[in-house]
Design a binder for this molecule. Sequence first.
Ligand code: CAA
Length: 714
Amino acid sequence: MPELVHYELRDQVAVVTIDNPPVNALSPGVPEAIEAAVARAAQDPEARAVVLIGAGSTFIAGADIRFFETITTREASLERSRSVHARLRHIEDCPKPLVAAIHGTALGGGLEFAMACHYRVAVPSARVGQPEVQLGIIPGAGGTQRLPRLAGAPLALEMCTLGQHIPTHRALAEGIIDRVIEGDFLAGAITFALEKTQSGGIRKSREQNAKLSDRSAAIAACAAARHNLKKIARGAHAPYAAVDSIQAGIEFGFDAGSEREIAIFADCVLSTESRAMVKLFFAEREVAKIPGIPKDTPTLEIRSAAVVGAGTMGGGIAMNFANAGIPVLLKEVTQEALDRGLATIRRNYESSVTKGKLTPAQFEQRFALITSTLTYNGFDRVDMVTEAVFENMDLKKATFAELGRVTRPDCILASNTSTLDIDEFARASGRPAKVIGTHYFSPANVMKLLEIVRGRESSAETIATCMKLAKKLNKVGVPVGNCFGFVANRMIAYYMREAYQLLEEGASVPHIDRALVEFGMPVGPFAMQDIAGIDVGARIRQYLRSIGKHRAEGPESPVPDWLFDMGRYGQKTGAGWYRYDSGSRTPIPDPLIDDLAGKAAIARGIERHPIPDDEIIARIMTALANEGANILDEGYATRPGDIDIIYIYGFGFPRHRGGPMFYADTVGLKAVLDRVHRYRNQLGDHWRPAPLLERLAASGQTFYTWNAARRDAA
Ligand code: CAA
């Protein structure tokens, strides 16, 4: 077994190096070894001070996240936390100056170990944070107690409730870090430690009380943090728990506060919220691992790009390339369309400047990377083209045929289609191995999700290049198969089908939207459609009817088409499912919708009746999970975690519920299947249970345990 912590003497300083690749997580054995090494240094007559440092690319990235899933009882959690607290207190009691030397990141338990040292030095590029809320827990090793004592209540509250990392310069200014070291890092840390043997000596974070001396101000900061969370936490519990723990330390002191932290941590670590978020942490890392496409698959460097179509999506896509520093040609067919597209891009950038997200110089720099054109001149020099023309098969096929002629043979040809078969474009291009779907979500320059749609003949190199590009564009790339609607829109069709049905059955638009917002969605289905545009869906439905297809199996509500016929496209026309006052985005319920829903209900022989919130959620979530199971069974998504990531990044599904597939796991697949059977009896045969759901319910599995077993068997 390799040694997890090394001990050596350098210039009369004991250097304790944590060596647990890849991120020096505090896996079992590491905390014990750090404690033993510090105890050894305390006894070592040759050592005047101690430096704690990480080997490899980082300090300590925190507790080993895999370990949380093994905590299954409150007693086990309490026992573990008490021993960690005692260990850190022991380390902090080291009689010689103890310095944490931070490069890379000191996160979670990593920052907590650093704060138990007497001083902290860092390289300029380091980052520190308490990201535990992103895992549905709170800092459990004294972070809610030591951080407010070093940084003051407001910053500690911000860091522990939002979980963001803060850079060295801010950590220095706020008292978390004591010195920034340029040049030889270890030598600088040793020098600093030796200085502390002369002056400063030992300074225990747990005894620093100056920043909490104004107790009422610190408690007021806690109240303000809770108030702020109402707007942003959307049903999550852990951020509030972090505030409670910090407040306990302010009110009752370090020891009582620590006891409170230990108890609150135990509640959190056993919660569904934490189970969901831990699964997501690993799902987010697994999503880039594509079966059959090894990590070392060669990729093309995308140094220049082109986008065909300067509409809303095309313009947003061009901005993504420019934001990543990649020059991009933006092509349209008429000067008028081009001018309109460029004006929108300019407006978007100007709004970022107004909001302080971009400097005027950055705006100019990025805008200058976008070159508008009415011809294909220059397309022979680009590495990738993204097609974003109207959703029309003939037009897209003609565009791909042209692109096949005007670009280099190694140039990747991507389509932003959301509904059409990319294999048809691939054939038209004459270069199918280079053709792929890159499906952005609106607004394309903002939304993080990028579905990477694998065509029948897309080469491994093409897929790997697009996955790498997604990262460069600051997107989360999720590989999906080429089925109708791919994964996101195929499932959302079932989500919307149920929303329309519930409306016809008697729930109102504001009621359905409110129930989903209370569940944790950023907006309800109808408000979402008013933002996206009712016309978009209506046009897709028209096209599908023309080719004899449906977006989702089952009854198709006429109400959205009636709204389309009335010119009610949503926010952009001042009315859709809601009304909007001029210049306002505040939805105003409109009794007309109830009239239309009543008319549709009569036509279908439905007697309208009140529907409780939990029935709304159950219907909609069951529809999502059942269709998700079909998608998994058919192989169009690789893992349940991939679907969950799509819903989190594409539609703002609440992270603390883990995504639609994890949520179904928490409901229990047997219960989900029972619902499908019940709905089938009540509502019709279109509620067909997915075969995978039936198999898993019968064998007592969940989507995630099934996936883990498949992965282990592979
Ligand atoms: N535990 C276990 N594995 C971890 C880990 C952790 N804390 N942090 C990262 N890893 C693993 C990842 O799963 C990944 O593994 P694979 O290569 O097998 O997929 C590998 O380390 C590299 O991670 P990334 O791909 O994320 O690498 P990156 O360079 O993009 O990011 C990072 C590095 C910023 C450290 C990022 O991994 C990260 O944010 N990690 C989690 C940090 C965190 O949340 N810490 C708090 C833990 S909770 C805690 O500490 C509670 C407490 O108070 C006791």
